[in-house]
Design a protein around this ligand. Structure first.
Ligand SMILES: [Mg+2]
Length: 272
């Protein structure tokens, strides 16, 4: 029997929902069912607004125990929890105006040096490239709204973004510079990353009395990019159980097994 966790944590893009797309019905139903038994954290580079559009909006509005859900947008640089009928910001490590301006001017230099100033594709431009999300500044090389098939072709092996990161790193020693998604570079304050979010979640589980205590091997994290260099890899540093999935369907299969073990375990313990 699969070991039973006390809490679950997930990446969003490619793990719970298809990249940049919304949660599908079977996953929404599964998450809603799991929230009855487990506190759940979702950690993503997405902004708060994207979280609403991609994830929260698609959960069943009735009978979903939202108070068991911890939402970490901006790679864990902020946390939203559901209290008394609405989502509230529990913390947010926002950049000051000076810090944000410094990052933005470096990214403008990246646009020039890497010939990304004007990316017209089929005579279309695809929205802003530099977005200040508060606690995270995101650079999207082709524009935020570029179609996924174009984004996927652009830097498949991450070679271009590795060079951009190598350019930015020495200029921003106070920040974490990460390759995210298909065309983006995410910048947060140093120490603000998915591992920070997972550690925070472990702490809050006890503080919020969701569990009396929890060991690292009782928290399961699922991500599609736990491979070396992937944007979930850092979670391994926390020592929690990390399961790599290939897509949302694969995640669902794992979760069915967990739900089944949980229910069997409950049945046995009830029988005696
Ligand atoms: Mg992912």
């Amino acid at each position: 029997m699969e070991k039973i966790p006390k809490a679950l944590a997930f990446d969003l893009d490619g793990t719970l929902a298809p990249s940049k797309s919304h949660l599908e019905t079977d996953m929404a139903t599964m998450i809603s069912a799991l929230l009855n038994f487990f506190p759940i954290a979702v950690v993503s580079g997405a902004s708060k607004e994207q979280f609403q559009l991609q994830f929260l909006k698609y959960l069943p509005q009735e009978n979903t125990n939202l108070s068991n859900l911890y939402v970490f947008p901006q790679n864990g640089a902020s946390l939203e929890v559901y209290k008394e009928g609405k989502w509230i910001v529990q913390y947010e490590e926002n950049f000051s105006e000076n810090e944000a301006n410094k990052i933005i001017s470096i990214l403008k230099q990246v646009e020039i040096d890497f010939n990304l100033k004007e990316t017209w594709i089929n005579s279309l431009r695809y929205g802003h490239k530099i977005e200040n999300r508060g606690a995270q500044v995101t650079f999207s090389a082709l524009g935020q709204k570029a179609p996924l098939e174009l984004k996927e072709k652009w830097d498949r092996n991450q070679e271009i973004r590795k060079k951009i990161k190598a350019f930015i790193d020495p200029l921003l020693p106070e920040c974490e510079v990460r390759i995210g998604g298909t065309t983006s570079i995410d910048i947060t304050k140093k120490g603000q990353n998915k591992a920070f979010a997972i550690n925070k979640f472990m702490e809050l589980l006890v503080i919020d009395k969701k569990v009396e205590k929890i060991e690292k091997n009782q928290l399961f994290f699922y991500g599609d990019a736990l491979y070396p260099g992937g944007n979930d890899e850092i979670v391994k540093e926390t020592g929690v159980v990390c399961e790599m999935v290939s897509n949302p369907q694969d995640t669902i299969n794992h979760l069915r097994a967990i739900l089944q073990s949980y229910e069997e375990d409950k049945r046995y313990s009830t029988v005696g």
